[in-house]
Design a protein. Structure first.
Ligand code: NAP
Ligand code: MG
Length: 413
């Protein structure tokens, strides 16, 4: 066995819940620790630990990402009423991802992991579609109220001098109903726009942005306008984004969300699709499923000051966990979680000038993709893989077979 790869700066490691927590440990034990002297600062974001710390552990982990620059996160439970009962929680804690995004204020980029032996459901798609999800505000930071009786709901804005600047009736309720308000910040939208323009330039892909500004003439139109202004007035490498895009031979294109949905389905793929927070939440699952499996979608949160948080875009795979608890060996796909690790290790390696770590992360990704292309797959890919002799295995078997393949790749110079 060769010497293990050393790391200089720790990765911020955020453990999570249920089946993905089980996979997390397996991935470390089988694919990482045998090859790397893994240096991490560990935060347990498992639901019980969040409950025990009044969710302080989540805030601490986000602060640690700010300090070190790179984190990797396991999927976590966002509690609802059922979960509060199931885990005997003291409170219905907020979504850890929401909390982390609010602290880092970034953009989430989600890209499907494509393999040769799985064809997307949409026949025209030839290249991966990356979704950029604005990670601040809108319904994720809403204020809601259930009107229990007739009455009046108003939107009021009072400035810091205490002067009422705006008041408008939302609705006069004659009966019960619901109300929701939400907000966003120009600064956050601006950094969202910049992150998207930067990412498109880095990857040399077209950028599409969509909202519903025909209906929302102030809120959504504000997004459209900020994107337009940043594109023409802000510079990148000393030149306006617009000029940089022209030089790179790529385009920025704005249209309505419903129009873009229709165009995406008829496209070849290969673009970056910038979405508002909720659109990105929904569309990334749609795109992931249409490319094959939810388990094959990676996710990275990029903050305006250059911090990176990598994760899988799927959840804790609750149903598989209950099978696991009954003693069954499940065939849960660890791909997206492995790619969260490889993405984080690669970024750490790039930042620290640790070429060995970068090479390892690349080979880890190749070994996973080639294992699938050889027909060694988890159950979710059974219907999708076009390999003639498929071998459907459980998670642990898949990880062990991938490790074997990785060893071959690592032995090559
Ligand atoms: P989920 O965990 O994404 O799973 C939904 C279904 O998708 C699974 O039942 C499974 O289908 C399939 N699936 C997802 N990932 C898979 C994988 N790696 N391998 C194989 N199949 C996979 O969503 P959920 O069940 O709605 O949510 C469970 C918990 O996750 C919730 O408590 C939610 O709060 C949390 N969540 C967390 C995050 C995050 O931390 N980023 C994101 C979303 C949800 P089959 O059962 O048909 O096999
Ligand atoms: Mg979602």
């Amino acid at each position: 066995m060769n010497k293990k790869i050393e790391m200089t700066v720790p990765l911020v490691e955020m453990d999570g819940d249920e089946m993905t927590r089980i996979l997390w440990k397996m991935i470390k034990d089988i694919l990482l620790i045998p090859y790397i002297n893994l240096k991490t600062e560990y935060y347990d974001l498992g639901i019980k630990q969040r409950d025990n710390t009044d969710d302080k552990v989540t805030v601490d982990s986000a602060e640690a990402i700010k300090k070190y620059g790179v984190g990797v996160k396991c999927a976590t439970i966002t509690p609802n009423a059922d979960r509060v009962k199931e885990y005997d929680l003291r409170k219905m804690w907020k979504s850890p991802n929401g909390t982390i995004r609010a602290i880092l204020d970034g953009t989430v980029f989600r890209e499907p992991i494509t393999v040769d032996t799985i064809q997307p459901y949409v026949k025209t798609w030839k290249k991966p579609i990356t979704i950029a999800r604005h990670a601040y505000g809108d319904i994720y930071r809403n204020v809601e109220y259930k009107a229990q009786e007739p009455g009046k709901a108003e939107l009021v804005f009072t400035n810091n001098e205490g002067k009422e600047v705006f008041r408008e009736v939302i609705h006069g309720f004659k009966d019960t109903g619901v109300i929701m308000t939400m907000h966003n910040l120009d600064k956050s939208i601006e950094s969202f726009a910049k992150s998207c323009f930067n990412y498109a330039l880095e990857k040399k892909i077209d950028l599409w942005f969509s909202s519903k500004d025909t209906i929302s003439k102030i809120y959504d139109a504000n997004f459209r306008e900020i994107f337009r202004v940043v594109f023409h007035d802000e510079s990148y490498d000393g030149k306006p984004y617009a000029d940089k895009f022209e030089e790179a031979g790529i385009t920025y294109f704005y249209t309505l969300i419903d129009d873009v949905v229709a165009r995406i389905v008829k496209s070849e793929g290969g673009m970056l699709w910038a979405c508002k927070n909720y659109d990105g939440d929904v569309m990334s699952d749609l795109v992931a499923s249409a490319f094959g499996s939810l388990a094959m979608m990676t996710s990275v949160l990029v903050s305006p000051d250059g911090c990176y948080e990598y994760e899988a875009s799927h959840g804790t795979v609750q149903k598989h966990y209950y099978k696991h608890l009954k003693g069954e060996k499940t065939s849960t796909n660890p791909m997206a979680t492995i790619f969260a690790w490889s993405g984080a290790l690669k970024k750490r390696g790039e930042l620290d000038g640790n070429l060995e770590l970068v090479n390892f992360a690349n080979k880890l990704e190749t070994s996973c993709i080639e294992t699938i292309d050889q027909g060694i797959i988890t159950k979710d890919l059974d219907q999708l893989s076009e390999v003639a002799n498929k071998n459907v295995v459980n998670s642990e078997e898949w990880l062990n077979l991938t490790a074997k393949h990785l060893e071959v790749l690592l032995a090559q110079k």
